[in-house]
Design a protein around this ligand. Structure first.
Ligand SMILES: [Zn+2]
Ligand SMILES: [Zn+2]
Length: 535
């Protein structure tokens, strides 16, 4: 079995592994790369995925960092089955369309800028049509039911307890009497997590591809998170102000509603405090959550048996339209506003922050991981002011950060999950984490269980065969860097336009020596010719 790491290697986003065995070539996850410019360029490296040649794709769960490149592969000719669980299928339908919409908007925004400088327009990474063409390819699989997409190759999805319908995947391949078993953790949830059932145990395997988002720390418990939430509500309610909660549309928004339901039962949520779920995507996701109660944990099922649904609250309002959304801040008085995006870098949440951040007595609660450079990160970092819609907004609201809502297993939980394999010759490959965290976590795994640990690089290839040393097929340190011609071409167009503009600015100015200007341009030209002749 051969594996190529197409993403989530020494970073968190872009989960995608391409596997080859028994004449089949398939992908496990197909996530969007998100982060700095360098990382996001990887989204355009579509030829490397060779989508047309993939026999099928296995998707662990609906999050965009595991699924967001599917429409891009479909636009490049992929038309085979995409296996996932029933809730993942439902969630992907709304999330891929939403992602396509974002891609189109971003391209449109970039093109407006490019047109002003006379540079050729860019196309979107994919469009709504590509997302629509992806949906019919989604094929449902069930937890704990083995299926065999090719002779000798068996695949089992098991509950990862991370979001509704999330799975970790066991892959077993047998050839010439030799068996190789690999487990891909996907994103692993926590036993304490609200709504979804606890993660299942994994069978022992030769290789475990383990996520390591929180490999270096543990989360506070649920009670602590509820207390903090109650504190923020009490503070702003007492001041007649609003509580603003930036939250991801899927899972986190529903967890917050669930938490408010629990607070209400304990008498810690004022009866007259309205709650708004102000995100069309989160509203649709909540409907999907309600459609699949069989994926809930025991506590939730128990509430439902008693006739109480934790996603129902008497004061909960779904604000679908823009007018409804704007009306929230036009109404004076306390309220809880749950809106996306979770890092406050896009979506309606930015409006709510503009209206409330500067208000003493208001509060903002961050309930998820905040990426470097996002407004969310700046606010929790103690910024006094923040730029929103081109204007400076000062921060007078009280800022809360609640880490206990994480949908990712913390260090101890990851170690516990691995624990059942103790004493076996397991090789652990750490993925979906920052390199520094992985180094620390990897050392801990080896110390505790004696497992060999490997931290792969982007585009690294590995041969998986029990007994074989975990040495990369290509040494990435000496591997030739790949040139992204699409980008180079676009960069050169921008450079050309800039150069033209600069020449136009100084041409015909009496103080510019025209001969000198020509010489300088000839120098630029000579450099280019030299570059070409070296190739
Ligand atoms: Zn996830
Ligand atoms: Zn993830």
């Amino acid at each position: 079995m051969k594996i190529t790491f197409m993403g989530a290697a020494r970073t968190v986003s872009g989960s995608c592994y391409i596997l080859e065995c028994g004449g089949k070539r398939f992908a496990l996850d197909c996530g969007l790369h998100q982060g700095n410019k360098e990382i996001e360029k990887r989204n355009w490296n579509l030829d490397e995925y060779d989508g047309k040649d993939l026999d099928f794709i296995l998707i662990t769960h609906a999050h965009i960092d595991h699924s967001g490149l599917l429409p891009a592969l479909v636009s490049k000719g992929f038309k085979n089955p995409i296996y996932c669980t029933a809730p993942t299928k439902d969630l992907l339908e709304i999330m891929l369309l939403d992602s396509a919409h974002i891609q189109e908007m971003e391209a449109e925004w970039a093109n407006r800028k490019r047109m002003r400088t006379g540079v050729q327009p860019v196309r979107a990474l994919y469009n709504i049509n590509d997302a629509e063409k992806t949906v019919p390819l989604l094929a449902t699989v069930y937890y704990d039911k083995v299926f065999e997409p090719a002779p000798g190759l068996t695949i089992t999805y098991k509950n990862a307890g991370h979001i509704l319908g999330s799975a970790f995947i066991e892959i077993e391949y047998e050839q010439d009497g030799k068996r190789t078993k690999a487990v891909f953790s996907g994103d692993l949830g926590r036993p304490e997590q609200l709504i979804v059932a606890d993660p299942s145990d994994a069978d022992c395997a030769d290789y475990v591809f383990l996520e390591s988002t929180y490999g270096n720390r543990n989360h506070p418990d649920e009670e602590h998170s509820l207390d903090e939430l109650a504190e923020a509500i009490k503070y702003s309610y007492g001041n007649g102000e609003k509580v603003v909660i930036p939250a991801f549309a899927v899972e986190r928004s529903q967890q917050i509603i669930y938490s408010l339901f629990l607070l209400r039962k304990q008498g810690r949520l004022p009866e007259d405090m309205p709650i708004y779920l102000d995100s069309p995507l989160a509203i649709r996701a909540t409907e999907i959550f309600r459609k699949h109660p069989e994926f809930y944990d025991e506590q939730t099922q128990e509430f439902i048996r008693k006739g109480e649904h934790p996603l129902d609250l008497p004061n909960l309002h779904f604000t679908e339209t823009r007018d409804q959304s704007q009306a929230i801040n036009e109404t004076k008085g306390p309220a809880v506003i749950i809106s996306a995006s979770g890092m406050a870098n896009a979506g309606r949440i930015k409006h709510h922050l503009r209206h409330n951040l500067w208000r003493p007595g208001a509060s903002v609660i961050f309930v998820g991981w905040q990426g470097v450079g996002t407004p969310g990160r700046k606010i929790i970092g103690g910024a006094k002011k923040i730029r929103l819609f081109g204007e400076e907004v000062s921060i007078a609201a009280k800022i809360f950060t609640i880490n206990g809502f994480s949908g990712h297993a913390g260090q101890d939980e990851l170690l516990d999950w691995l624990g059942s394999m103790k004493g076996k010759p397991v090789k652990v490959i750490l993925v979906h984490g920052e390199a520094e965290v992985q180094k620390e976590f990897g050392a801990l795994i080896t110390e505790k269980y004696g497992f060999e640990v490997h931290i792969p690089e982007y585009m690294e290839e590995l041969e998986l065969e029990p007994g074989l040393e975990l040495a990369p097929v290509i040494d990435m340190a000496v591997a030739r860097p790949r040139v992204d011609w699409d980008f180079l071409l676009r960069d050169s167009e921008t450079l050309y336009a800039e150069l033209k503009q600069r020449v136009a600015d100084v041409e015909n100015r009496p103080w510019v020596d025209q001969a000198d200007l020509r010489d300088k341009l000839l120098d630029v030209n000579r450099n280019l010719v030299e570059l070409i002749s070296e190739m």
